[in-house]
Design a binder for this molecule. Structure first.
Ligand code: NAD
Length: 509
């Protein structure tokens, strides 16, 4: 919540707008009065806002507020939660353009290609989980005339949700409405570099939610994030971020036996079979590479396996298409691709590019190092880069770059390409491209990934399951089944009915 929009023209670096955090229905500063400056990745150094640098005290305040709000939120008829979520969806929809513009400003995601679709998906997810709120149902067992045996799906309590910076609204949409629909309350930790769209989302939600049901803490992972993970009043940690941080969080949450789900990194294979090289295929490859999100997507198809029969043609046409994409100001309607999030990520991507350029086996089909002069040098802009000549053993083909970089690897034998695709610690997404649908589907079934797309490369759609295999994650939250698995626990109730009925057997642990 701020008095001045973060989208206002710069008023001078000394006085950026001030945003506050939401704790217990109040917009507050950090308890110790510390602040963190949020800068625009599209314009190096331009201050967008300052937000509280929340710490363990603030997390504690937020957890207390969420605990207090929990019983009343949990005990309502589902239709009350449904009504609130649907009203929030309408309100978010009414301010979707503002949400998209703030996203473009603080994440660097291009407004037209990324930020607007993210805001639209957030609206859809609130509407979807509002719609299915009554489906959090238990079962009854046919246990005879003298027994009533049934289950209830009960909420977990307080969910501590931790967000990354790459698509804050979309990922908040995977967690917040699902957790709320199931009857939980939330403490949301926004990513330190991209909290502004989350604060705006909270401002919109707050109008409809009782105090304490949704709390948002801004601050660093080391202070606020860690305090949330370690807090005994948090029943579940729902984390999206890097595998490295996720591993540490899993160990701390495991220590105190908190519920946990992890959505982590990916190094996703995209397998092209022989066949016609159509415009549709090339567009699909562009989409699946997540180049228009600067490659900053955990589901980016960044390992491109091209069958030798189509290898040269796909490379040439894909390079031409990527080379024609416009990199520029995220808020400019004409930009296809925005800026990467910060200098650390910018430098990390540059280092991967240097590694690729120094590898004599790799050939640059398009792109390369970022511009050092002109308008693109004013922000953290990388250009789309396609390497050919890749091998599964290369660092560029093994590590998550989180930049607009694709490595093409030639293949001839199906078993071989499946082996290469699965030869990774990750298992998040995968793409298969073939007009032979039997071959495409049998290949999809052989891939070790939580989400495989066949002949398409878009993002997650409302209602689908989503989550990783192997080191890409644990647990599911996004679909109806995911909401039940990820945000509820099962209580079994066994009731003896009637007078003089035979008691249930006294066995069991
Ligand atoms: P990150 O792991 O550095 O940070 C994610 C969040 O965790 C941030 O809010 C951060 O403040 C917090 N955090 C950091 N250290 C913490 C700690 N010790 N304790 C508690 N919280 C801590 O990730 P990032 O750089 O923000 O995002 C990029 C990564 O996220 C990539 O690896 C990407 O693949 C992954 N990601 C995964 C998905 C998915 O759905 N699987 C989606 C988006 C991003």
């Amino acid at each position: 919540m701020s008095e001045q929009s973060v989208l206002s023209p710069p008023t001078g670096a000394a006085s950026p707008p001030t945003q506050l955090m939401l704790i217990g229905g109040n917009w507050v500063e950090a308890a110790d009065g510390e602040w963190r400056e949020i800068t625009s990745p599209g314009h190096r150094g331009h201050l967008l806002a300052r937000v509280p640098r929340g710490n363990a005290t603030d997390v504690d305040r937020a957890v207390i507020a969420a605990r207090e709000a929990f019983p009343a939120w949990r005990d309502q008829h589902f239709k009350e939660r449904q009504r609130v979520l649907l009203r929030i969806a309408d309100a978010l929809e009414g301010r979707a353009e503002e949400l998209a513009r703030v996203t473009a400003a603080d994440t660097g995601n291009a407004l037209r290609t990324q930020a607007r679709p993210e805001a639209a998906l957030l609206v859809d997810l609130f509407r979807y989980f509002g719609g299915v709120a009554g489906e959090v149902k238990g079962t009854t067992l046919p246990a005879g005339a003298t027994q009533l045996q049934y289950t209830r799906q009960e909420p977990l309590g307080v969910v501590g949700a931790i967000l990354p910076w790459n698509s804050p609204l979309m990922i908040a949409g995977f967690k917040v409405p699902a957790a709320l629909a199931a009857g939980n309350t939330i403490v949301l930790k926004a990513a330190e570099d991209a909290p502004l769209s989350i604060l705006l989302m909270a401002e919109i939600c707050e109008e409809f939610l009782p105090p304490g049901v949704l709390n948002v803490v801004t601050g660093t992972g080391r202070a606020a994030g860690n305090a949330l993970v370690e807090h005994p009043g948090v029943d579940k940690i729902s984390f999206t971020g890097s595998t490295e941080v996720g591993r540490g969080i899993a160990s701390k949450a495991g220590e105190r036996l908190a519920h946990l789900s992890l959505e982590l990194g990916g190094k996703n294979p995209s397998i092209v079979f022989p066949g016609a090289v159509t415009d549709e295929l090339i567009e699909g490859l562009v989409l699946s590479s997540r180049i228009s999100r600067q490659g900053q997507s955990c589901t980016a198809g960044s390992r491109l396996y091209l069958h030798r029969d189509v290898h040269d043609e796909v490379l040439a046409r894909l390079a031409e298409r990527l080379g024609a994409m416009k990199v520029g100001d995220p808020l400019d309607e004409s930009s296809d691709i925005g800026s990467v999030i910060n200098e650390t990520q910018f430098d990390s991507i540059t280092e991967y590019l240097q590694d690729g350029l120094a590898n004599p086996a790799l050939h640059v089909e398009v792109g390369g190092l970022p511009p050092t002069s002109g308008p693109l040098a004013e922000g953290f802009f990388h250009v789309p880069t396609l390497f050919s000549g890749g091998d599964n053993s290369f660092r560029l083909a093994r590590e998550e770059i989180f930049g607009p970089v694709v490595v093409a690897i030639a293949w001839e034998d199906v078993d071989d390409v499946v082996r290469m695709a699965n030869d990774t610690a990750y298992g998040l997404g995968a793409y298969v491209w073939s007009s032979d649908i039997n071959l495409a589907i049998t290949t999809a079934h052989r891939l070790e990934a939580g989400w495989v797309q066949v002949n398409q490369g878009g993002g997650q759609v409302v209602g689908q399951s989503y989550g990783g295999y192997k080191q890409s994650g644990i647990g599911r939250e996004v679909s109806l089944e995911g909401m039940i698995a990820g945000f509820t626990q099962t209580k079994q109730i066994n009731v003896r009915l009637g007078h003089g009925a035979t008691p249930a057997p006294r066995t069991g642990p």
